[in-house]
Design a protein around this ligand. Structure first.
Ligand code: FAD
Length: 456
């Protein structure tokens, strides 16, 4: 029997947690995610500022008959857009933030919806950084709970492996800590199990001892893609694990806010990080530099500056995307990629990215959690800007077209953080791990209170 949720139970919480209902001033602003193409319409939105407020609102939402969808930044909001949210409380965690670095231990405690930018800035004065992704304003929680693919990944593996402990608010409102020493099964599950187990209100992560890094980008006009793409694919075949790079064909409309090297241009870009001495990194890059890029920013930079290298949008944006994992790319695969996005094409995409996998990502990490590796050679990620619903339909079709055209080179696995449509989530995990993860979820959330981007 289903009962109609009673949202009036949410309006006066003891903790004072802000809860907004449809029609309330501020409701629309509070429900708006980073991905502006997603129009999420939940039954209520809560914006807690403390862990106690999270506990209070979880208890109240359950009493009101609502499900709960934790959301830190809304970068992954496209996943929730496929679900009806009329019986869901959206738990926005952007007001619950903070980073504490323990330099001696080489760890950071990251609260609620804190963004990677804040973690990287907090770690930098100690000569450290973290396994962040390409964008500064992605939140730690959604990224790392779903795996997390960094430009340090081929050397250091999936970001979830760097989790040392989590604190989460369970479906009954209790605060549970999980680490290697406490609630070990939950600790295993939360490292890659996404948002299925509770509201993660703090994460302790191991930092990386890098004050600076050899990183940057090489840029050519797209006309050069038929030389650059095969050269990079060849280069990736022998690149050491210390190098994590990506190749993108990108297209930009003419916009005054863009720098001239991007505005109105079709380009091919190789970027990433190389954890080597300047001399060794320079020697490694030589075959790519020999292709004479019109722009070459590779060099030693403060590790915090790695967040700017990939040129991700500087703030909330409307975007749609599709993704697959590819195995080895032969000449025929490269030809198909170029037929889709190479010179003379009009794919409608902002970019079609090939992110190099392998290295430490290839095999399960010793002592790792539910998702401790990302098999495959390349993560293909195609994205289009979607300022209108019509553009979203066209953009999705364009992204799907590239993914489908490369189906013969694709592998069954997926990178969860690059997967923006709801799929059978067993594809993210090794078979037995998925069963084990579902078992932990059943123990933690038998009534299925939590609605995760990637459900189980
Ligand atoms: C511009 C851009 C660049 C990106 N670059 C990379 C990259 O380099 N590498 C990479 O791996 N990914 C990358 N991503 C993908 C990104 O990591 C995922 O979208 C990730 O899920 C975002 O996490 P979030 O918390 O910011 O997003 P949200 O949409 O807030 O969260 C996504 C999901 O995570 C869960 N979740 C979030 N917070 C919590 C919480 N506190 N407790 C419990 N569950 C929670 C929920 O299930 C939620 O639906 C990029 C995305 C964009 C848009």
């Amino acid at each position: 029997m289903t009962t109609t949720p009673d949202t009036t139970l949410l309006t006066r919480l003891d903790s004072g947690c802000e809860v907004l209902l449809p029609g309330d001033a501020g409701f629309d602003a509070a429900r708006t995610p980073w991905n502006l193409s997603v129009d999420q319409r939940p039954a209520a939105v809560a914006v807690p500022r403390t862990i106690e407020e999270v506990q209070d609102v979880v208890r109240a939402a359950v009493a009101a008959g609502l499900k709960i969808a934790p959301q830190s930044s809304g970068h992954g909001a496209a996943l929730l857009s496929e679900l009806p949210l009329d019986d869901v409380l959206l738990l926005r965690l952007h007001a619950l933030t903070g980073v504490t670095v323990d330099a001696a231990a080489g760890t950071a405690r990251v609260v609620g919806g804190t963004l990677w930018q804040d973690v990287v800035e907090a770690a930098a004065p100690y000569g450290m950084t973290a396994l962040h992704g390409s964008a500064a304003d992605v939140a730690v929680a959604g990224y790392i709970l779903n795996g997390g693919l960094s430009f340090y990944a081929r050397e250091h593996g999936v970001a979830a492996n760097s989790i040392r402990a989590v604190e989460l608010v369970a479906a009954d409102g209790s605060l549970v800590r999980a680490s290697a020493a406490e609630n070990a099964e939950l600790f295993w599950a939360v490292r890659g199990g996404g948002g299925n187990l509770g509201v993660v209100v703090a994460i302790e992560i191991a930092l990386l001892p890098y004050a600076d890094v050899f990183a940057g980008m090489l840029l050519w006009d797209r006309e050069r893609a038929p030389e650059v793409v095969p050269a990079w694919v060849e280069w990736t075949r022998t690149a050491p694990a210390s190098a994590t790079t990506s190749l993108r064909v990108m297209s930009f409309p003419p916009l005054p806010e863009l720098p001239p090297f991007l505005s109105g241009r079709d380009i091919v870009v190789i970027d990433g990080a190389i954890l080597e001495s300047d001399d060794d990194a320079t020697a490694l890059l030589a075959p790519l530099r020999a292709l004479g890029p019109e722009m070459d920013t590779f060099g030693r930079i403060p590790s915090a500056a790695l967040l700017q290298v990939h040129m991700d949008p500087p703030g909330p944006s409307p975007a749609v995307a599709d993704h697959s994992v590819l195995g080895a790319l032969d000449a025929a695969g490269i030809e198909v990629y170029l037929e889709q996005v190479g010179p003379g094409t009009r794919s409608g995409l902002m970019f079609a990215e090939l992110r190099h996998l392998g290295g430490a990502l290839a095999a399960p990490a010793a002592g790792g959690g539910a998702l401790s590796h990302l098999p495959g050679e390349y993560a293909l990620f195609c994205a289009a800007m979607a300022p209108t619903p019509q553009a979203a339909v066209a953009g999705r079709a364009a992204a799907f077209s590239v993914v489908r055209s490369l189906a013969a080179w694709s592998r069954p696995s997926l990178v969860p953080t690059f997967t923006e449509n709801r799929v059978d989530s067993s594809r993210f995990y090794d078979g037995e791990d998925w069963v084990r993860l579902c078992r932990v979820r059943d123990e933690m959330d038998p009534s299925r209170v939590f609605v995760a981007g990637h459900g189980l």
